[in-house]
Design a protein around this ligand. Structure first.
Ligand code: SAM
Length: 289
């Protein structure tokens, strides 16, 4: 039953004379079944706090408000703020903040807004133009989050859950795996959005790990190695590591490190699993690089 939400969305937009901006990734969700799936995936309780990024005109926000103790929504588009404030005026546990989620100091923000909750969740239908940077921020800043349930482009969703050796396996896959367990919750066709985007979407849940998936003594080096390994996919691991990270070293030295880590230097970087990336990092870190 799509009609009510999509009709209401159009009504609210025209009432406030708001023309949606493609540049802000404004594709609003109008399907109550998809909203159900997002809510279920977030596993909220009456003691949960939710950070929503990009509430739009509040379709998801309203559902979150029905489940959680507190909902804080950050919206960049000033024109939507009065609409949201009006919609949630009678619900004091919903707070609307005008801001840019890629800029806000999230650690301080979470500390200030979620003092009296047991678990903090991020739930969002993310604007497509900042999907990857937001995922990277949410994970690598080690925020006290239980899970992150996001609607993202199908292509990005495929990267989050890809296996080594596949075309979607990337440095983002490894970063996500390091910090979280990723599961696809639902595929979402483009026609449930207003306006309709060009690509299909998917809802993905990232459940944060208590400890990273692998141990490395030097996290910065680990992520540098991972990025360099994927920098030139057609090259062997030896060549791409040498060209992109260790060009000041002799190539046979880099080759030795690979052998020591038990990795064939002729393999492509994209075939390594996270344990192999960790093993390689440990060898390199022990070599005083
Ligand atoms: N949550 C609504 C829904 O599901 O229908 C809207 C989702 S829409 C895909 C993305 C929303 O994020 C838009 O309202 C857009 O204005 C907002 N947005 C875009 N960039 C943002 C940013 N950097 N920080 C916060 N909100 C942003």
């Amino acid at each position: 039953n799509n009609k009510p939400i999509s009709a209401r969305t159009r009504e609210l937009l025209s009432e406030h004379a708001i023309v949606l901006k493609k540049s802000l990734g404004q594709n609003f969700l109008t399907d109550s079944h998809v909203l159900d799936k997002i809510i279920r995936a977030a596993e909220l309780t009456e003691r949960s706090g939710v950070l929503e990024i990009g509430p739009g005109i509040g379709a998801l926000t309203e559902r979150l408000a029905n489940e959680a103790r507190k909902v804080v929504a950050i919206e960049i588009d000033q024109r939507l703020i009065p609409v949201l404030e009006e919609l949630f005026a009678s619900r004091p546990h919903v707070k609307i903040i005008h801001g840019d989620a890629t800029e806000i100091d999230l650690r301080t923000f979470l500390r200030d807004h979620f003092q009296d909750v047991d678990t903090i969740h991020v739930v969002a239908n993310l604007p497509y133009y900042v999907t990857s940077p937001i995922i990277v921020r949410l994970l690598s800043e080690r925020l006290p989050l239980k899970n992150i349930v996001i609607m993202i482009q199908k292509e990005v969703a495929d990267r989050l859950t890809a296996s080594p050796g596949t075309k979607d396996y990337s440095s983002l896959t490894v970063l996500v795996k390091y910090f979280a367990m990723a599961e696809e919750v639902a595929r979402v066709p483009s026609h449930v959005f207003v306006p309709r985007p060009q690509v299909d979407s998917a809802v993905t849940r990232l459940t944060l790990r208590d400890q990273p998936a692998v141990y490395v003594s030097n996290e910065r080096l680990f992520f540098k190695v991972v990025r360099a390994a994927f920098a030139q996919r057609r090259k062997t691991l030896l060549n791409t590591l040498h060209a992109n990270l260790f060009s000041s070293r002799r190539k046979d030295e880099v080759e030795k490190w690979l052998h020591e880590a038990g990795i064939d230097p002729k393999r492509r970087g994209e075939t390594l699993d996270i344990q192999e990336f960790a093993a390689l990092t440990q060898v390199i870190d022990s070599k005083d690089t």
